[in-house]
Ligand binder design. Structure first.
Ligand SMILES: CC(C)(COP(=O)(O)OP(=O)(O)OC[C@H]1O[C@@H](n2cnc3c(N)ncnc32)[C@H](O)[C@@H]1OP(=O)(O)O)[C@@H](O)C(=O)NCCC(=O)NCCS
Length: 177
């Protein structure tokens, strides 16, 4: 069972007790604005999402963590690693992604969780490179990526939705844990 503790957060695998909190997160347009096609998701999608994330953990040995506040046990959001299937030109590159409930933003939690995720990618999984696939205009995500030391590589386009995307990347062998 993969779990990581940071000063303020517990990063852990998902279970059914997360369904309601994840459904609330995905029902909020402020969370979904820059994710997928930007639509909110209905409650049924939470179970599918957890299943997909857990499958990736089982298949790849990495995945998206449930991010819990150590102080309160609340689910703050989801941060972790995924192979972005919607972008075939990335091959089997591994991307870091993040989403927090609006009430949990502006407190450094996304950066804290993403930093621990990159440490996990390098030290635990032996990954030497991680990318971020960001919608053009998602400045909050670009800020997190840049604070991690990720740098701009190229622009591309979502093959189905047509959105312009920015690919940032980090060489983890030079990552200062
Ligand atoms: C992208 C997202 C996760 C960023 O969250 P965030 O809370 O802004 O990110 P951070 O954790 O870096 O925190 C930001 C601010 O918290 C502040 N902060 C407060 N206390 C802090 C602390 N103890 N440590 C660090 N920062 C702290 C900082 O001022 C920081 O702002 P700065 O970088 O300008 O200095 C969030 O906006 C989100 O969930 N967006 C919707 C989902 C989404 O678009 N996902 C992208 C798809 S990949």
């Amino acid at each position: 069972m993969t779990e990581i503790r940071t000063p303020r957060l517990l990063l852990r695998r998902w279970d059914d007790s997360d369904l309601a909190a994840l459904a609330d997160l995905h029902a909020d347009p402020r969370v979904m604005r820059w994710i997928g096609d930007g639509s909110v998701l209905d409650a049924d999608a939470a179970a599918e999402t957890i299943e997909r994330w857990e499958e990736e953990w089982d298949d790849e040995g990495f995945g998206v963590f449930a991010v819990e506040l150590l102080a309160s046990g609340e689910l703050a959001g989801a941060v972790g690693l995924t192979v972005p299937a919607q972008l075939p030109d990335l091959g089997h590159e591994v991307a870091v992604e993040w989403r927090l409930g609006p009430q949990f933003r502006g407190q450094g939690y996304a950066s804290e969780a993403a930093h621990a995720t990159l440490e996990f990618a390098l030290q635990d999984r032996g990954l030497e490179r991680v990318v971020a696939v960001l919608r053009v205009g998602d400045t909050a995500s670009e800020n997190v990526a840049r604070k991690l030391g990720m740098t701009f590589e190229r622009e591309t386009e979502h093959p189905e939705l047509g959105f312009p995307l920015r690919i940032l990347a980090i060489d983890l062998t030079e990552f200062e844990a």
